[in-house]
Ligand binder design. Structure first.
Ligand code: ZN
Length: 247
């Protein structure tokens, strides 16, 4: 383990265009469960497809009921040591940005400035008609007041969480920026992602093919372990703390 860590630290010392790619595993220490884990709010509600959300009031209400409950569960979540380590690497000029599959906003809370949210954000909602964005906190007030589907305060249209739903395309501008950062990176650190679904499975491979040193930090095995330069199967927080301390 410490030999692997030395290799990682040596490569990171030489890097100046590092990029982090993060998934659910970086936020579990902040009390946010992986959405696939049993017992979480996501396992008790049937997923709502984007097309259903557009077409059916019942589906919209069901989706918002889930979001209302999740908001209460995660309103107090705080960034952990791994989020803060990445923010520090960015402030020190090592890291160019974070590409994340997470919707929890904890990277920004930790102080990261360049955060590319592939799956959108839980912190905002937008109007399906006029695209006006408001904070999730504001929308929660509508929900707590008894609205089953919040309406836009500007035009009365239906509000949708600013997360990417099942069946909805990833935001093209975010994706192309993520591809650019990945292509230009010299050190690629994938943290807490099982690296199975696209584009999570593709971006680290792309970065590696363009010459980046690829590190995979995840509790479980991933399909990309075989092409990585270093693999660490430990908790994200502890490992990141050690890397930053030794750098
Ligand atoms: Zn509107």
């Amino acid at each position: 383990m410490s030999e692997t860590l030395d290799t990682i630290v040596a490569a990171l010392r030489k890097a100046n265009r590092a990029v982090a790619f993060t998934g659910a595993g970086i936020s579990t220490d902040s009390g946010i469960p992986d959405f696939r884990s049993p017992g979480g709010v996501w396992s008790r509600y049937k997923p709502v497809m984007y097309q259903e959300f557009l077409a059916s009031h019942e589906a919209r209400a069901r989706y918002w009921a889930m979001k209302k409950e999740a908001f209460r569960d995660f309103a107090d979540a705080q960034p952990n040591v791994a989020h803060r380590a990445l923010a520090k690497l960015e402030q020190d000029g090592k890291l160019r940005g974070v590409i994340t599959q997470n919707i929890d906003g904890l990277h920004q809370d930790a102080g990261s400035r360049v955060v590319l949210e592939l799956h959108g954000t839980n912190r905002e909602a937008y109007c399906l008609d006029c695209e006006k964005r408001v904070s999730a906190k504001r929308v929660q007030e509508h929900l707590e007041a008894g609205e089953d589907v919040p309406k836009c305060e500007a035009c009365g249209g239906w509000m949708k969480p600013a997360t990417v739903s099942f069946g909805q395309n990833l935001p093209a501008d975010v994706l192309s920026e993520a591809q650019r950062l990945s292509a230009e990176s010299d050190f690629y650190l994938a943290i807490g992602s099982s690296l199975v679904v696209q584009p999570a499975a593709g971006l680290p491979v792309f970065a590696k093919s363009r010459g980046a040193f690829l590190v995979i930090l995840n509790r479980d095995e991933t399909p990309l372990d075989g092409i990585a330069d270093a693999v660490v199967r430990e908790s994200a927080g502890e490992t990141m703390e050690r890397i930053v301390a030794e750098l």
